[in-house]
Design a protein around this ligand. Structure first.
Ligand SMILES: *Cc1c(COP(=O)(O)O)cnc(C)c1O
Length: 328
């Protein structure tokens, strides 16, 4: 995936998904622009059906399957949002989907996947255990594997966000993207760097979801210890079998940034109270970066924050708004 070919694949994904996935709004942030002296915009993936950008990649993937592949039924591993998006995309095309999750996935995310008619399997207590379980089940059952991030069709679906950003903001200077498995970052960075090579691409992760950051540091995919986080959608490790997102991310990332756990809740609260939208923990990481002034001087720049999803548990959100802190 590089250069012209990649951009063409992302444009093709845009045509493929346009019938079902609408472009999302790009909204100016007065509060963060005042704070930083930059022109700050939100790319609001929070308005997507299923509540996250993951419908883009999932819709592109499912649309491109052959009849034989669809007839097998689909299987995936998910921290919640990809499974929900795949269940949504599969149901639209009458395809059966099985989603492997683990015990710490928030129950509202599990319930939403069930409601879309997918088969839910809880495999163990961590992303890594669930991934092993899902691969085993795939081999036994003959179901077709749909990876949450390490798949060109998924990456290209997420990359459509980058096309939309440059289309509306041709002189964009900086794009800040939550970075976990790297499907979102790889797609957006490929699109934005192809169209605007001078743009800076920043990936941001939380300390408890730093699988990609640790792998970038190590120069190869490495396992990490999984710890609970308000940014539950950022869970997961980059496996040594990774074929695409590690390489693309390493090639295109200008800065990799880290957010501490206690910095996430104030960013979620800021989105709700100061900006007027709901962001889940992982989606608020770019906001946390600006609230913490971690980028240094960005005055005069056009900065886009990709707000990747809204699927936060209502009681947790209420706690955060009341206390401004991570729920206990
Ligand atoms: C999946 C997800 C991410 C991370 O995307 P990757 O492609 O795994 O890097 C970020 N935010 C939300 C809301 C997600 O669901």
């Amino acid at each position: 995936m590089s250069g012209e070919i990649a951009l063409e694949l992302i444009r093709s994904a845009q045509r493929t998904i346009s019938a079902t996935v609408m472009p999302t709004p790009l909204v100016y942030s007065h509060a963060l622009s005042n704070l930083t002296g930059a022109d700050v915009f939100f790319k609001l993936e929070t308005v997507q059906p299923t509540g996250s950008f993951k419908v883009r990649g999932a819709t592109n993937k499912v649309s491109k399957l052959t009849d034989a592949e669809r007839d097998c039924g689909l299987i995936t591993i998910s921290s919640g949002n990809h499974g929900r998006a795949l269940a949504w995309a599969a149901r639209r095309l009458g395809v059966e989907a099985t989603v492997c999750l683990y015990s710490s996935v928030p129950s509202h995310k599990i319930e939403a996947i069930r409601q879309l008619g997918a088969n839910v399997v809880i495999c163990g207590d961590s992303y890594e255990e669930a991934e092993l379980g899902a691969h085993k089940l795939m081999k036994e059952s003959g179901l077709y594997w749909c990876d949450p991030f390490d798949d060109p069709d998924v990456i290209c679906g997420q990359g459509v966000i980058g096309l939309e950003i440059v289309d509306e903001l041709p002189r964009v200077d900086t794009v800040i993207v939550p970075l976990s498995g790297g499907g979102l970052f790889s797609g957006i960075a490929t699109a934005v760097k192809s169209l605007r090579p001078g743009a800076e691409l920043i990936g941001v992760a939380n300390r408890h979801g730093n699988g990609m950051l640790a792998s970038l540091d190590a120069g190869r995919p490495v396992p990490i210890e999984e710890k609970p986080s308000l940014a539950d959608c950022m869970a997961g490790t980059i496996s040594s079998a990774n074929r695409h997102t590690f390489r693309i991310t390493r090639n295109l990332i200008d800065r990799a940034m880290m957010i501490e756990e206690k910095e996430i809740a104030p960013a979620v609260k800021h989105c709700c109270i100061e900006e007027g939208f709901v962001a889940e923990g992982g989606a608020a990481l770019p906001v946390a970066l600006l609230l913490q002034s971690q980028l240094g001087d960005i005055r005069g720049r056009q900065v886009v924050l990709v707000i990747s999803g809204r699927n936060i548990d209502a009681p947790a959100l209420a706690d955060i708004i009341r206390n401004g802190q991570n729920p206990p």
